[in-house]
Design a protein around this ligand. Structure first.
Ligand SMILES: [Zn+2]
Length: 169
């Protein structure tokens, strides 16, 4: 179990349990944001693999293998160069670790990406510019939750509204 999930389970079992079973709908992914001890910020996205590549079965043809490998290999570069998420610079956050996973089942597949940022000025954390829509045109909507020690709030992002405001949450 990843760190963010642990926090969610500890704090908000019913809310997370509900969101974890969202339907598999192409074009939509879940995003969860949390902060933890040690000045860490967690971002987790989970949703159909079809949001990122053109198929969801095991890659078979040369073209599919190439498309799949290109996607998987491109993620770290995009992540570390802030092409997926850009945290407001005042918070001075950098990617400490990340993990991703593809789960293929019953003709569909899900892609999950979990990122841990370390922020040397986490008190200045204000916003996250979500750039996934620019990178992946098949992704239309992100349904999100921010969970902190004392509160949780839901939000929805799309191509036009792609900034998560964390201030006062
Ligand atoms: Zn699917």
């Amino acid at each position: 179990m990843n760190k963010l999930l642990k926090i969610f389970v500890l704090l908000l079992v019913p809310v997370f349990a509900a969101s974890a079973h969202e339907a598999h709908v192409h074009g939509i992914a879940q995003i969860n944001i949390g902060t933890g001890d040690d000045n860490e910020l967690y971002i987790e996205i989970d949703g159909p693999l079809a949001n990122y590549i053109s198929f969801e079965h095991n890659p078979e043809t040369k073209q599919e293998i190439e498309e799949y490998n290109n996607f998987i290999r491109s993620v770290p570069g995009k992540l570390f160069s802030d092409q997926l998420f850009k945290v407001n610079s005042e918070a001075n956050c950098f990617v400490k670790s990340f993990d991703n996973d593809v789960d293929i089942e019953d003709g569909h597949a899900d892609y999950e990406l979990e990122i841990t940022y370390k922020c040397t000025n986490i008190d200045k954390l204000e916003s996250i510019d979500v750039r996934l829509f620019e990178q992946f045109p098949s992704l239309n909507t992100l349904k999100g939750q921010i969970v902190n020690e004392n509160s949780q709030s839901a939000f929805e992002l799309n191509r036009e509204k792609n900034i998560i405001n964390l201030k006062g949450r």
